[in-house]
Design a protein around this ligand. Structure first.
Ligand SMILES: [Zn+2]
Ligand SMILES: [Zn+2]
Length: 113
């Protein structure tokens, strides 16, 4: 009976010697293979946290919001949170309209900041 020669290898993850059943085996156990895979993923994800400064290249996903003055739909970016109206003209108009009714337009938004 022919027996496949077993290969003595050193695990690429933990460094322990093991008998490889396959030529392609580089880890002693599935657990080590998974651990090595995670390490590689972490290493790839790391360069993202190199700076605390705001990255201008960072992709910002806008939110579809409705102008509270005229119900026009528009895209709102997070850095532009104050934007509640589609235009300054709309803002002025809405402000005056609410002022006439004696409603404090800004009171309800100040709670957020
Ligand atoms: Zn191992
Ligand atoms: Zn508007």
């Amino acid at each position: 009976m022919y027996q496949e020669p077993k290969l003595k290898r050193y695990c690429c993850q933990c460094g322990e010697p093991f008998m490889a059943r396959r030529k392609s085996a580089i880890y002693c156990s599935p657990a080590c293979r998974v651990a090595a895979f995670r390490t590689a993923q972490n290493a790839r994800a790391k360069p993202k946290v190199r700076s605390k400064k705001k990255q201008p290249t960072e992709v910002e996903i806008p939110e579809l919001v409705t102008c509270i003055g005229c119900d026009t739909q528009m895209w709102l970016y997070k850095h532009n949170k104050q934007r509640l109206y589609c235009s300054s003209a709309c803002k002025q108009r809405a402000y005056r309209a609410r002022k006439d009714r004696g409603v404090n337009v800004w009171g309800m938004y100040h709670a957020h900041s």
